[in-house]
Write a protein that binds this ligand. Structure first.
Ligand code: HEM
Ligand SMILES: *[C@@H]1O[C@H](CO)[C@@H](O)[C@H](O)[C@H]1NC(C)=O
Ligand SMILES: *[C@@H]1O[C@H](CO)[C@@H](O)[C@H](O)[C@H]1NC(C)=O
Ligand SMILES: *[C@@H]1O[C@H](CO)[C@@H](O)[C@H](O)[C@H]1NC(C)=O
Ligand SMILES: *[C@@H]1O[C@H](CO)[C@@H](O)[C@H](O)[C@H]1NC(C)=O
Ligand SMILES: *[C@@H]1O[C@H](CO)[C@@H](O)[C@H](O)[C@H]1NC(C)=O
Ligand SMILES: *[C@@H]1O[C@H](CO)[C@@H](O)[C@H](O)[C@H]1NC(C)=O
Ligand SMILES: *[C@@H]1O[C@H](CO)[C@@H](O)[C@H](O)[C@H]1NC(C)=O
Ligand SMILES: *[C@@H]1O[C@H](CO)[C@@H](O)[C@H](O)[C@H]1NC(C)=O
Length: 370
């Protein structure tokens, strides 16, 4: 066999591999640069207005992104309503207190006005979470976009994927490891609890019946316990308490400082003291005079979180309403559609293999001159 054919095949495969690489699923900076150039500005403007009147929404929107990404990936399954015969994630026991759906709907309405059918609900959640951090005096994290929306949501997936508030450090580490998130990512992302609130029932076992003992958690500062007991009677189902006793509207190091003083609110927060890696991170941040290291770490881990299971390119859809999947498209009509449908990946690969064959022939002809 002519060795030039082999070299020609090799040479022409280079551009093919590069093109295939370019079609790999990814979340990229400025995915709406052309199709909806003001998308990120519109989200930021809405979030600024919303948080000016309802500052509590910052925590709620940040949590929404986490609970979305951990169950089926960052594809807005958390926003889907239950339907006849299907209980959705938002109606799972563990998610009954997830808030912020109205904020997403309001932002979606603005974006549909500006660029109908372009911006996904999954990206709106991610951008609203990003802006909540920035507007709480935290870092301004440059996240990618281009996530598309999924078509399913099941309450049964939730307890399998979200750690509960009473998790031990071993359980937390293994839940995070499922998404390739390390113990460092865990202690860094738990720093999100520097903003927002929790219901009494999320931690009242620590006040009244810790670990089924009938007593309170020994790792609860006495004055903090008194304060929490005043806020939360044993069966209180409605009151909300700040997760960070220091300042629950500022994205700062107060959460870590609280943990070292036995003023962590959830069992899962206090558990960060039980592992060498997470403990030393908590201690270092608690004593730090600058939030810079935490901010940089949070940005890194937040970007990894925001890529979990993202649907891009030909996968998923852009929901018209965030709380329901799009109705099935009408059955193919005999009249030709006005514009050609976007190519699916199989078509792209076919196009690349034709390109590849032409490349082999051309490169072979060129090599004849050497
Ligand atoms: C490490 C495992 C985690 C557990 C067990 C956990 C659990 C919880 C619980 C039980 C609440 C209170 C819900 C309520 O009572 O209303 C809460 C609130 C919150 N969580 Fe987490 N969480 C975890 C990780 C995260 C992560 C990774 C983020 C974001 C990056 C996050 C962001 C928040 C925020 C901002 C709130 C406040 C919500 C609000 O104010 O509405 N959490 N979390
Ligand atoms: C969008 O524009 C920004 C800023 O110019 C650039 O960094 C980014 O790569 C662009 N993204 C795309 C997908 O064109
Ligand atoms: C839902 O999405 C999955 C994964 O993208 C796909 O395989 C499936 O065909 C979709 N189902 C419907 C009804 O669109
Ligand atoms: C986690 O990393 C491993 C090894 O790098 C890889 O094989 C696996 O696909 C990754 N899993 C996820 C969910 O990203
Ligand atoms: C909870 O109680 C069980 C049984 O008494 C004990 O083995 C376990 O160590 C306790 N866990 C914690 C975190 O106190
Ligand atoms: C932890 O929480 C789960 C779910 O809320 C509950 O079923 C379990 O009994 C709790 N475990 C402990 C030790 O409190
Ligand atoms: C909490 O932080 C916010 C935002 O940084 C700030 O405006 C507010 O004054 C702080 N509150 C207290 C009590 O320090
Ligand atoms: C903070 O630093 C001081 C002085 O170096 C040290 O004594 C203290 O134990 C540190 N605190 C924590 C929580 O690491
Ligand atoms: C989803 O549920 C909410 C709250 O019940 C409701 O306001 C909204 O209209 C529902 N969405 C759809 C598409 O039916």
């Amino acid at each position: 066999m002519d060795s030039k054919i082999i070299i020609a095949a090799f040479l022409s495969s280079v551009p093919v591999l590069l093109l295939l690489g370019a079609t790999e699923a990814h979340v990229e900076y400025g995915a709406y640069n052309i199709t909806c150039p003001n998308a990120e500005a519109i989200v930021f403007q809405e979030m600024t207005q919303i948080l000016a009147t309802s500052p509590d929404q910052a925590g709620s929107l940040l949590r929404l992104h986490y609970v979305d990404c951990f169950v089926r990936g960052c594809e807005a399954s958390i926003l889907l309503n239950s339907t006849a015969g299907n209980t959705a994630e938002k109606d799972a026991d563990m998610n009954k207190d997830v808030r912020g759906y109205d904020v997403i709907d309001r932002i979606k309405a603005k974006l549909e006005q500006a660029c109908p059918g372009i911006v996904s609900c999954a990206d709106i959640i991610a951008l609203a979470a990003r802006d909540s951090i920035r507007l709480s005096n935290g870092p301004n994290i440059p996240i990618g976009t281009g996530r598309r929306d999924g078509n399913g949501s099941s309450a049964a997936d939730v307890p399998l994927n979200l750690p509960s508030a009473n998790s031990s450090i071993t359980q937390l580490i293994s839940f995070f490891a499922k998404y390739n998130l390390t113990a460092k990512d865990l202690v860094v992302l738990s720093g999100a609890h520097t903003i927002g609130k929790a219901h009494c029932y999320s931690f009242s076992d620590r006040l009244y019946n810790y670990n089924e003992s009938g007593n309170s958690d020994p790792r609860l500062d006495a004055s903090y316990k008194t304060l929490l007991s005043q806020e939360c009677s044993p069966n209180d189902m409605t009151s909300l308490v700040p997760l960070d006793t220091n300042n629950a509207t500022a994205f700062d190091l107060g959460y870590y400082a609280g943990l070292t003083r036995m003023k962590g609110l959830l069992t899962s927060d206090v558990a960060l003291l039980d592992d060498a890696t997470t403990n030393s991170y908590v201690m270092r941040q608690a004593n730090s005079t600058s939030p810079n290291e935490f901010f940089a770490d949070f940005g890194t881990s937040f970007m990894i979180l925001g890529k979990i299971g993202a649907l891009t390119h030909s996968k998923g859809e852009i929901r018209r309403q965030c709380s329901a999947v799009n109705p099935p498209s009408p059955s193919p009509s005999p009249s030709p559609s006005p514009s050609p449908p976007p190519k699916n990946s199989a078509e792209k690969i076919n196009a690349f293999s034709s390109f590849f064959s032409v490349g082999v022939v051309l490169s072979y002809l060129l090599l004849q001159y050497y």
